[in-house]
Design a protein around this ligand. Structure first.
Ligand code: SF4
Length: 487
């Protein structure tokens, strides 16, 4: 998972891109980069680390021009190395810069094809490099003759759609042409477009992973880049759009459950509202379990931060006091970003401290957004027990995650998933909980899209993948060592 942004039609566009990246930091903390463009060419700053560490007042001065793209990286594939940090840049044809949020299922087959058929040698270990190479191949036909036109861009994006399987929300700059944005035919990852009239009456355009960024930057009109849609804004400010190819829309349910900022709205469904609904629906299942097993709770407590909204709604529905019994150390980064199990184990203890006075002799219902490996959940249950809780139950607002994700969330190995091939009793035992209560799949669907107009991707829950998954097991085997890990 990553965050992308692109802007055109505003002086020193990189400054706004930088502000946007700060708001997208929750989508990736591994690395950050900005690429800008003006008549003198491309200008580039990228490095490993957080946005605030990568960019300085000094290096921002070099990012001149009215067009810029930016990226925050969350490494689902490829090591945490400078060669994998985006934006990616190619000098031929025309000059292309690209940022990508997503993950290709057929990465290995594509790399092989690009090497053997198109004689393109990979320089990084990144599916974005495959996509930029495909785009370049698609554009090459027109490059000898003239400056790029919308038809050429459209042909190049069609070429990507023919070859790439997986998730890709992309913003690209083409030198001499303008800004190009497109989403894969299923629209797994979000991408929004905003526009506004500046003081000089010029229209500025922006593309970003989340609406909160466009809002913050003062863009008034937002719309989704639709699944399979291509939108271009050229250097004169003219907008061109075309549907290249659509499949059933399958936005990732995990955006609402965990990933997106609560103030964002994705596919027309506000994230905060969805999390409230998740809490309310969870209350139905919790109440059933309370009746069945004759359980009472003294306290409902969230695992900070993502589960807070749902926990408040759940506590309200149950009529049980809501207490924040785990206090977050705000100077410790998210544990899933750390790359070894040892580091993650230590980080959980450093990150959250129990409030003993609110826990001692209480029956506590801990609420988290999800349980993936169970590492964090197990430690938290232990922590709350050691702080004196009489009973510790654990509620997950996401149903059991039993299958790998191939579309950009980093829990790809089946045998690493706590719920894979385990009964509820087995899960409760593994976590050391008095009980574990999961959201129902249908309740999750309803919480995100009450009108049922969109069926989100839930492949990690159901095993029903929206795309072909051929070759993906080899990919997992070879790349497992290289990746970071969620929870
Ligand atoms: S498999 Fe799960 S995490 Fe991956 S895109 Fe689908 S819903 Fe999201």
């Amino acid at each position: 998972m990553c965050g992308v942004i692109g802007l055109i039609g505003t002086s020193q566009a990189s400054n706004k891109v930088l502000r946007g990246l700060s708001l997208l930091q929750h989508r990736g903390q591994d690395a950050a980069g900005i690429l800008s463009y003006d008549e003198s060419g491309f200008h580039y700053v990228r490095n490993l680390g957080l946005v605030e560490n990568v960019f300085t007042a000094e290096n921002m001065k070099s990012l001149t021009g009215e067009m810029a793209i930016g990226h925050v990286r969350y490494g689902t594939a490829g090591k945490s190395e400078l060669r994998n940090v985006q934006p990616f840049l190619l000098n031929f044809p025309y000059g292309i810069g690209m940022v990508h949020n997503g993950n290709l299922v057929n990465f290995q087959a594509l790399t092989h094809e690009l090497k053997t058929k198109y004689q393109r040698q990979p320089l990084a270990d990144s599916d974005t490099e495959n996509i930029i190479n495909l785009f370049a191949e698609g554009l090459s036909a027109s490059a000898q003759m003239r400056a790029p036109a919308f038809e050429d861009i459209s042909r190049a994006v069609s070429f990507i759609f023919q070859k790439a399987v997986g998730s890709y929300s992309i913003v690209t700059m083409v030198a001499g042409f303008g800004l190009v944005a497109f989403r894969d035919p299923h629209g797994f990852r979000p991408l929004m477009m905003g526009s506004r009239r500046s003081s000089s009456e010029k229209v500025e355009y922006a593309f970003a992973s989340e609406s909160s960024v466009l809002d913050f930057l003062g863009f008034e009109k937002f719309e989704n880049v639709l699944p399979g849609e291509l939108i271009c804004v050229n250097l004169k400010g003219e907008v061109f759009r075309k549907t290249i190819g659509t499949q059933k829309h399958r936005p990732c349910m995990f955006e609402w459950v965990y990933f997106a900022a609560p103030q964002s709205e994705i596919e027309g469904s506000p994230v905060y509202k969805a999390r409230i609904a998740l809490g309310k629906k969870m209350a139905v299942t919790v109440r059933e379990r309370m009746q069945k097993d004759d359980i009472q709770f003294d306290v409902v407590a969230p695992v900070p931060e993502t589960a807070r909204t749902a926990a408040i709604a759940l506590a309200e529905e149950l009529g049980v006091p809501y207490r924040e019994v785990l206090i977050k150390n705000r100077y410790i980064t998210r544990t899933f970003i750390l790359d070894t199990q040892d580091k993650r184990d230590q980080a959980v203890q450093l990150k959250l401290a129990p409030v003993c006075s609110e826990i001692k002799d209480k029956r506590v219902l801990l609420v988290d957004d999800s349980i993936v490996r169970g590492t964090t959940s197990r430690k938290l249950i232990e922590l709350v027990r050691m702080a004196g809780a009489k009973e510790v139950y654990f509620a997950s607002t996401c149903p059991p995650i039993k299958h790998p994700c191939y579309y950009g969330i980093d829990f790809p190995m089946e045998n690493e998933l706590l719920a894979h091939n385990k009964s509820l009793e087995g899960i409760e035992k593994a976590l050391g909980a008095d009980g574990v209560i999961y959201q129902e799949v249908s309740a999750l669907e309803e919480a995100l899209f009450p009108d049922r107009k969109i069926t989100p991707c839930m492949a990690c829950l159901t095993g029903e993948y929206p795309t072909a998954t051929e070759g993906v097991n080899d990919l997992i085997k070879t790349r497992n060592e290289d990746r970071c890990a969620y929870k």
